[in-house]
Design a protein. Structure first.
Length: 212
C-alpha cells in the first residue's frame, strides 16, 4: 500500500497527505498544517502531488469554505449509554481463513464513505466480526476499545440486529462511534439505538471538478 506523507512541504506551506487509499479507492486526503503564503496555493500544490501519485478524488480537512472546494460532510462523534435489548444473532470473528470475505465486502460498502480507511490484504482487523447465515455474509463490523468502528449489511433492514450484536461485543457502560453527517440511513439507525451527537470532529471539503 502507498504510504502517507506526515509532512509535505512546498513554498505555500506544509500539510499531511493521506495517500493510503489511492491504490484501492483513488482518493487522497489533505490535512493542512502551516500556511506560508495562501491556503489556496497550498491545497493546489498538495492536490497536484496527490494526482501525480494516482489520486482521482481529493478531500481536505478545512475550518471553512475555500475557493475551488465544496463542502462534503462533517465527521461527528456519537455516544450512548445504558442497557440495550439482547442480540438476536451470532457473530463470527474474522480470522485468517475468512479475512478475504471481510475485506472484499468492506471495500465494496465503504468505497464511497469520505474518510474511510482501506484494509491491507494481509491484515486481520482487530475486533472484526462477520454475520454469517448458511454460508452467506449478511453483515460485518468492527469494535475496539468500546467504539463501533465499522458496520455494514448485505441488504437493508438488517442494521439494527447487527448493531445490537456488535455493541454487545463492544461492552462497557458507554459506547461511541464516528459517522459522517451525510449518512442519513446510519444516523437513523444510531438514533434508534439511543446515540446522540457529542461533538464535530472535522469538516471535509472536496476539490471541485476542474479546479486543478
Amino acid at each position: 500500500m502507498m504510504k502517507n506523507i506526515p509532512v509535505f512541504t512546498c513554498a505555500a506551506g506544509a500539510a499531511t497527505l493521506i495517500l493510503h487509499e489511492i491504490p484501492v479507492w483513488k482518493k487522497a486526503y489533505i490535512l493542512p498544517q502551516s500556511v506560508f503564503t495562501s491556503q489556496s496555493a497550498l491545497l493546489t500544490e498538495c492536490a497536484a502531488f496527490c494526482r501525480a501519485a494516482g489520486a482521482e478524488a481529493f478531500y481536505a480537512r478545512l475550518d471553512g469554505p475555500e475557493a475551488g472546494w465544496t463542502f462534503a460532510c462533517q465527521l461527528w462523534e456519537l455516544v450512548r449509554q445504558g442497557p440495550l435489548p439482547e442480540p438476536t444473532i451470532r457473530l463470527t470473528p474474522v480470522l485468517e481463513e475468512n479475512k478475504l470475505d471481510y475485506r472484499t465486502i468492506y471495500h465494496r460498502r465503504f468505497q464511497d464513505v469520505v474518510g474511510a480507511i482501506s484494509l491491507d490484504a494481509g491484515t486481520v482487523p482487530p475486533g472484526a466480526w462477520l454475520w454469517l447465515e448458511d454460508g452467506q455474509v449478511l453483515g460485518l463490523g468492527q469494535v475496539q476499545d468500546g467504539e463501533l468502528r465499522a458496520i455494514a449489511t448485505a441488504r437493508p433492514g438488517l442494521g439494527y440486529a447487527l448493531a445490537l450484536a456488535l455493541l454487545e461485543k463492544a461492552g462497557g457502560e458507554k459506547q461511541r462511534l464516528q459517522v459522517n453527517s451525510d449518512n442519513a440511513p446510519a444516523l437513523r439507525l444510531y438514533e434508534r439505538l439511543g446515540f446522540e451527537k457529542s461533538s464535530t470532529l472535522c469538516t471535509w471539503y472536496q476539490m471541485s471538478s476542474g479546479s486543478l
